[in-house]
Design a protein around this ligand. Sequence first.
Ligand code: SAM
Length: 215
Amino acid sequence: MRLRNKPWAKDKLEQNPQYVIQDPAACRGKWSEVFDNQQPLHIEIGTGKGQFITGMAKANPNINYIGIEMQESVIVSALDLLIEEQLPNCKLLNSDAADLREFFSNGEVGRVYLNFSDPWPKTRHEKRRLTFKSFLDVYAEVLPEDGEIHFKTDNQGLFEYSLVSFSEYGLTLKYVSLDLHKSEFEGNIMTEYEEKFSSKGNRIYRCEVGYPARK
Ligand code: SAM
């Protein structure tokens, strides 16, 4: 994502604590109190400008959503959307996904969404890919036994890499589409990148994978 310097972004994120979690470590194990209900909690990692997470929250008021994005100059656009939509079941977190264990207790997250994650094509950057095994370890801890990752991208190389990574980790492939927009999948909420790349004719790949039961 091309970054524009927004020196005011940090202040704006701090000025909206009803939407932007200010001290996520203090919420660990207590997200039902933060949302003030017992609904399932789904998170999107690399939420960008927030079109997907706010769209999902609007379409599914019985689920709580948190959009996690490490770039404050990007997540501030998601905050604008949230202020506009006033969604009680959606919050934002300006953090690195590598730190998820500090913010969520074991099994506290019902589902992880990864949308158009940065491909990091160079082998020396493999560890930064959000489907690298160290990230799968992190998701395994915050998800319950049967927790799922739902992943979509237009990048064939990243998709193939991720399917191998999921499989080597022992995850079960529950759904796969090699052309989402021509498939029968219903209820797709488009992300900003999805709109941009599908309008250029790129195919969208999507899969759902599940963690095995723990012994
Ligand atoms: N999901 C959005 C979409 O589909 O339009 C944005 C896609 S953009 C290519 C990927 C985003 O993931 C970037 O905004 C980047 O800052 C964020 N990201 C990458 N690694 C991350 C990490 N470890 N933790 C949180 N966000 C991350």
